[in-house]
Ligand binder design. Structure first.
Ligand code: ZN
Length: 135
């Protein structure tokens, strides 16, 4: 079910639970973080567009992906500024910036400002929140 006014995808938690794998559900809906170096896309550098595993919105292009060595897929910028929301996250005794899918509010990961590229940003994203669509 999608909200046509805001363009948001809103589903009952039970629906999400049915549609997502347990790992996707834990990350997207419960803000879990997958264990480093275990994610499907950590070391994948195939061409394509990474879309949200929850709603299919395009989130990151493979060109923006780089090997950060941190154990999770890292991107220098989102596919479109409007496709990700950022929120201050004070959990775990740290101040971080949480990255969410703007369409379904799914948790994706965090953004840090120690990236190597021109943006200086490092979007550290859980593989479980992403799906790679080949071009
Ligand atoms: Zn989404």
């Amino acid at each position: 079910m999608s909200d046509t006014k805001s363009g948001k995808v809103t589903k009952a938690e039970s629906e999400w639970r049915k549609e997502l794998t347990p790992m996707q559900y834990a990350v997207l809906r419960e803000k879990a973080t997958e264990r480093p170096f275990t994610g499907e896309y950590d070391h994948s550098f195939n061409d394509g567009t990474y879309v949200c595993a929850g709603c299919g919105q395009s989130l990151f292009e493979s060109e923006a992906k780089f090997d950060s060595g941190c154990g999770w897929p890292a991107f220098s910028k989102p596919a479109a500024e409007t496709h990700v929301d950022e929120e201050r996250d004070f959990s775990h005794g740290m101040i971080r910036t949480e990255v969410l899918c703007s369409k379904c509010d799914g948790h994706l990961g965090h953004v840090f400002n120690d990236g190597p590229g021109p943006t200086g940003l490092r979007y550290c994203i859980n593989s479980a929140a992403l799906k790679l669509q080949s071009k």
